[in-house]
Design a protein around this ligand. Sequence first.
Ligand code: BGC
Length: 541
Amino acid sequence: MAAGAFLNSGSGKDYPGNLTLFVFVTCVVAATGGLIFGYDIGISGGVTSMDSFLRKFFPEVYRKEHADRSTNEYCRFDSQLLQTFTSSLYLAALVASFFASLVTRAFGRKWSMLGGGVTFLFGAALNGAAQNVAMLIFGRILLGIGVGFANQSVPVYLSEMAPARLRGMLNIGFQLMITIGILAASLINYGTAKIKGGWGWRVSLALAAVPAAIITVGSIFLPDTPNSLLERGFPEEAQRMLRRIRGTDDVGAEYADLVAASEESKLVEHPWANIFQRKYRPQLTMALLIPFFQQLTGINVIMFYAPVLFRTLGFGRNGSLMSAVITGLVNVFATLVSVFTVDRLGRRKLFIEGGTQMIISQIVVGTLIAVKFGTSGEGDLSKGYAAVVVLFICIYVAGFAWSWGPLGWLVPSEIFPLEIRPAGQSINVSVNMLFTFAIAQAFLTMLCHMKFGLFYFFAGWVVIMTIFVYLFLPETKNVPIEEMVLVWRAHWFWGRFIEGAPTQNGGRLPKDPNSNVEMNPPAPQRQKQGSNFTLNLGISL
Ligand code: BGC
């Protein structure tokens, strides 16, 4: 692939070097870490809609579901225990990501990935063989630990390996693998639900071992990133690796910047204490808000519970699993759109377009359901009507898949300075998991109580996050990862938190071209040793 094809000239520093085959292959292998997360997201919804599974582990839900058809449709699957099955994984991932940050910083990114793969393998085995709810939930906790380690290390690994101008594209490989994992899981559920003996769910759960084996074996062969090698005191290896991944010997400027970042990083003994310093306020805010917002889009209502949701809407068993396959396909293909546009259009445009699309489609879906089911929850959907509901759910999924889906992992992984990167990424993962957990735990109950209003609820959040992005998220496309502080310094709001940002500019405040808001304080001219970088945000600095 010609790397230059994606170059948006003039935006940011451009170190010499191309997208080498070596870096491409390592990034593809590392991105497979996303498969385990995706497989897991996709598998639980289908399994919890299988009768044989419900009868064995959740007989009460099974009875309720088969009870009198006049029962309120919104509340058919409402069960705390069933929700705990889905959500226990995310609590485990939340805790695990903190441990992962220590491993990632002290031993390198690849060992975190390996740890994630191995734990996930054990979880898959336990789940496939489960005899009771305890085994099931314990297995899911192991899977969660695996996800915590993988999600903590893979996005950072990808962002450090990639050349700046292709960072978005390579990083989104992670999200692409998540979506492929989700799709594979729904296809497998579709097949295993048809198994007559009632053990199809075992196959679905045990097959999680396949993506786990891929990342486990893959990570053994992965090299570590130059940033991590330097930080851990291997300067020669770091330089050699940089030459190898950039495919050129002319890596002096980039190496000098890595050394500068690593020197600063070494001054920081306690990244967990440092991240709360004022100068990291913009990054900390994003590490907290981006994953929170990503989950408040409501995407996992569709991802976890699509089959259950579609059955609630009166789809037959087959129809509901099939609809989950359709949303899964849309998710994969729409993610590809962001792969090819994120480094050209930038992050902000995708966030704003995707957000708007999600708001509109959520309002339409909520209204379509309101019209048919009202507040009583009684009613039936005709085939044509149901198809329109699925269509708008697909438009919503596409909007997510080229905005908050990939960018929810990309942006946090690229905005932290090296010294707080693992800590910052852990915060990102754990907030993401906390709210994934909250939504997984609460959705069936929320649907039962808020009814169609649930879709308006999430639409309201997407309005808030879209405005937030417009005002507070600077564009980060093409900016080298170790130079990112300049973007914050130049921002109209965040500049005030960063030292060294002058407060005068001839009395005039330039406008941020992305938000069209006055920048205060104005960005300084950056002259860095070993670098001739002027940050080009479309303004003269
Ligand atoms: C999110 C998941 C979501 C998935 C859907 C990911 O970025 O973190 O929670 O299920 O996208 O594709």
